[in-house]
Design a protein around this ligand. Structure first.
Ligand code: FVH
Length: 291
């Protein structure tokens, strides 16, 4: 597969993220046509050298490569369903956040319409696009990923996970799940110390290096999980980590125990099943089996 640096690109959706993606393309010199449902959002991009299309159909017809960065799966269908004939023979890269099943649905829709399809999950906020730290995950057509890698790298580090169009979304949402639970843990700690007169800022200064250091434990947990043996020596046992003190201290501070009780519940299910002497990584078995 050859690469293509002279492609005409169209970007559908000029929200905060779509504008950042289109801006990076315009800045890099790609011939870029943009469209947004409501008018006025293309003005800055046009001033920088982009072209504005009056309709989504005009934008699709102007681009061999079409980027969709819309609100959600429903809005992608709303915009593209009437344009399947115009899209036929073109390439669609959809970086709208969707569930894995919605990504697979879009890939099937594209295959029916004769459209080459790559799905993307953006691991960045708009101001990070084109800067170190931005990362975009892809799955779907390997040919599309290879052909447009240099364009995709303008946005951030690009990682391709395979032909299953749902994989990028799956990784995206799994990583976000880890982030949100970690954020909730930090906020729980901040709420715990607040009655003692500690500001959130003071707590953040302590929590950031602590949590950063604790991420060093991921590899050890992963080795135990992938090895399938939670009895490996040297691990902190579930009974030792029962979180009784942590939950009691939370209650003493007069705040909600929901965050820590959630973790304690996952631990307790494994202890109740007779695995209390095994390592903390075993709570993944509670997570895998909904109650
Ligand atoms: N912004 C972020 O930090 C996150 C980072 C991770 C990835 N997300 C996802 O990117 C998609 C777009 O996000 P966004 O930040 O650009 O979102 P908004 O600024 O809210 O813009 C939404 C655009 O979608 C258009 N739109 C909405 N519904 C429709 C529709 N039915 N038909 C046509 N267009 C539609 C909207 O148009 P308008 O309201 O300006 O007319 C905006 O262009 C998203 O999946 C994030 O989860 C961003």
């Amino acid at each position: 597969m050859t690469t293509d640096n002279d492609v005409q690109v169209s970007v559908l959706g000029l929200g905060a993220m779509g504008s950042a993606l289109a801006g990076a393309l315009v800045k890099a010199g790609y011939s870029t046509t943009v469209w947004n449902r409501t008018s006025g959002k293309a003005d800055d991009l046009v001033a920088q050298g982009g072209r504005s299309a009056a309709t989504a159909r005009d934008a699709v017809r102007a681009g061999q490569l079409v980027i969709a960065c819309l609100l959600d799966h429903a809005s992608v269908h709303e915009v593209l369903d009437p344009l399947s004939g115009d899209l036929a023979g073109r390439t669609l890269i959809n970086v709208t956040t969707t569930t894995p099943e919605q990504s697979r649905n879009m890939a099937a829709w594209a295959a029916d319409a004769g459209v080459a399809y790559l799905d993307g999950g953006i691991m960045a906020v708009p101001h990070m696009i084109g800067r170190p730290g931005a990362s975009v995950l892809y799955s779907g057509s390997a040919d599309v990923f290879q052909r447009y890698t240099s364009l995709l790298e303008l946005w951030g580090t690009s990682t391709y996970f395979g032909a299953d169009a749902g994989l990028a979304s799956l990784y995206d949402l799994a990583l976000l799940a880890g982030m949100y639970v970690m954020f909730a843990g930090f906020l729980h700690g901040a709420a715990m110390v607040a009655p003692a007169g500690v500001t959130a800022g003071e707590f953040a200064a302590m929590a950031a290096p602590w949590l950063t250091a604790m991420t060093g434990g991921f590899e050890g947990f992963a080795a135990v999980i992938d090895g399938g043996d939670y009895t490996v020596e040297g691990q902190q046992s579930l009974e030792f980590s029962s979180l009784d003190h942590l939950v009691a201290a939370t209650a003493e501070q007069g705040i909600s125990t929901e965050v820590v009780a959630m973790v304690q519940g996952l631990i307790q299910r494994q202890i109740d099943a007779g695995h209390g002497a095994e390592g903390f990584a075993r709570i993944i078995e509670s997570i895998k089996q909904p109650v």
